[in-house]
Design a binder for this molecule. Structure first.
Ligand SMILES: [Zn+2]
Length: 345
C-alpha cells in the first residue's frame, strides 16, 4: 500500500492500520496545501478499503473487480466531487446529489468512497447538509474531504471527522520526486536548477514538479528582469510592460510562479544595492541586469518595492480583482523607485 508515494510516514501508518483492521472510519479530512499529495493518498486509501480480494484491507489485491475497475478509472463506487471550478463556493445542491447517490449500495466494491475536493469551499448550508451523512452514514460509505483551510469547516463537521495533516517534504524528497518524474534521457538537474526547484516548491512536491520546462521558465525569468529594467525608460513604459506581462493570458495562469520570480528579482536588486556583492544573489546568471537595477534605485527603494510585492501577493489569495492588484503594484513600484532616486521620467 502507498507504493510510489513519498514520505508522510505517520499518515501511511494510520491509514494502513485503519484499512488493515477493517475498522476504517466513515469520514476523514485530509489537510494540507495544494500539491502536497492529499488526492493521491486518498485514492490509495480508497483502493484498500474498496478491495474485495481475499487479503482485503491493508494491501489491495489488484485483481478483484473493484481493483481492476479502479485501475482503468471506471469504478462506479469511487466518486470525485469537484464542484464547479469557476465558482467560489460549493453549494447545498451538490451535497443533495451526493446524498441521493449515497442511498444506493456499492456496485462492485466493498465500500463506496466519496472524495470531496476543495471542501473548504462548501457553504455553511452545504456543510450542515453533509453533517447528516457524516453522523449516520450507511455502513458502506466513506467520505474523504480534501481541505486546504480547515478553519472554514464548521465545528460540528470538524469534530466528527478524523483529521490528518500532511507534512511538508524535505528538499531531498522534493528533488527525489522531481528526478523520479523526469522523462527517460532527460538532462541531469544542475545544482543551480535544483536550488530553484526546492525554493519554489517550499516543501510541496506538486509545486516542485511544475518546473518541468526549464527553457520556458528561464525565458520568463529573464522577461521579468527586462520588465523591471523598463523603469529606466520611464513610468509609462514600465507601467505598460509590467501590467502586460502579469495579466497576459499566457502568464497569468501561473500567478504563484510569477510572484515567486518577481520577489526573487526585486530581492536581488535590493541585496545588490546594499552590498555590491554578487555572491548572495539568487539569480546570479542575470548579474548584469541586477547591477543595472541597483543603479536605478538604492536599497531603500528596492526594499519598499519588495514590501509592495509581498503585499500584492497576499492579496492574490483573497477575493480581490487580479488586474487591480497588478495595476496598483505597478504604481507602488514606480513610487518606491521614484521616491528613492527621484530620477524617473
Ligand atoms: Zn482488490
Amino acid at each position: 500500500m502507498f507504493d510510489g508515494l513519498l514520505g508522510q510516514d505517520f499518515i501511511k501508518m494510520t491509514l494502513a492500520e485503519a484499512a488493515g483492521s477493517g475498522r476504517a472510519g466513515h469520514a476523514y479530512v485530509f489537510c494540507g496545501p495544494d500539491g502536497i499529495g492529499r488526492r493521491s493518498f486518498a485514492k490509495e486509501f480508497a483502493r484498500a478499503v474498496m478491495c474485495t480480494g481475499a487479503e482485503g484491507g491493508a494491501v489491495p489485491c489488484g485483481n478483484c473487480p473493484s481493483c481492476r475497475l479502479l485501475a482503468s478509472g471506471t469504478n462506479p463506487d469511487l466518486k470525485l466531487i469537484r464542484g464547479d471550478e469557476s465558482r467560489a463556493t460549493v453549494g447545498v445542491e451538490t451535497v443533495r446529489q451526493l446524498e441521493e447517490d449515497i442511498a444506493t449500495a456499492p456496485t462492485v466494491s466493498a465500500r463506496k468512497v466519496y472524495i470531496i475536493e476543495r471542501s473548504e469551499k462548501l457553504t455553511v448550508q452545504a456543510q450542515n447538509a453533509l453533517l447528516k451523512t457524516i453522523e449516520e452514514p450507511p455502513s458502506y460509505v466513506m467520505l474523504i474531504l480534501i481541505c486546504s483551510n480547515p478553519s472554514l469547516l464548521i465545528d460540528t463537521v470538524r469534530s466528527r471527522v478524523t483529521r490528518l495533516d500532511f507534512a511538508r517534504y524535505s528538499n531531498e524528497e522534493v528533488l527525489k520526486a522531481y528526478r523520479d518524474a523526469a522523462e527517460e534521457g532527460a538532462p541531469e538537474l544542475s545544482a543551480e536548477d535544483g536550488e530553484l526547484v526546492t525554493s519554489y516548491a517550499d516543501g510541496i512536491i506538486g509545486r516542485g514538479l511544475q518546473f518541468r520546462d526549464f527553457g520556458f521558465y528561464g525565458a520568463l525569468r529573464e522577461r521579468i528582469f527586462d520588465t523591471l529594467l523598463l523603469l529606466k525608460e520611464g513610468r509609462s513604459a514600465f507601467f505598460a510592460g509590467f501590467t502586460e506581462l502579469f495579466t497576459s493570458k499566457d502568464n497569468a495562469a501561473d500567478r504563484e510562479y510569477m510572484f515567486f520570480e518577481l520577489t526573487s528579482a526585486v530581492r536581488d536588486a535590493m541585496v545588490y544595492a546594499r552590498t555590491n556583492d554578487a555572491g548572495t544573489l539568487q539569480n546570479r546568471q542575470f548579474r548584469d541586469k541586477i547591477e543595472e537595477l541597483a543603479e536605478i534605485a538604492g536599497r531603500h527603494g528596492w526594499e519598499k518595492a519588495l514590501d509592495a510585492v509581498s503585499g500584492a501577493y497576499q492579496l492574490t489569495g483573497q477575493n480581490v480583482n487580479y488586474r487591480m492588484i497588478i495595476v496598483n503594484l505597478a504604481a507602488q513600484i514606480i513610487d518606491a523607485v521614484q521616491g528613492d532616486s527621484g530620477r524617473l521620467k
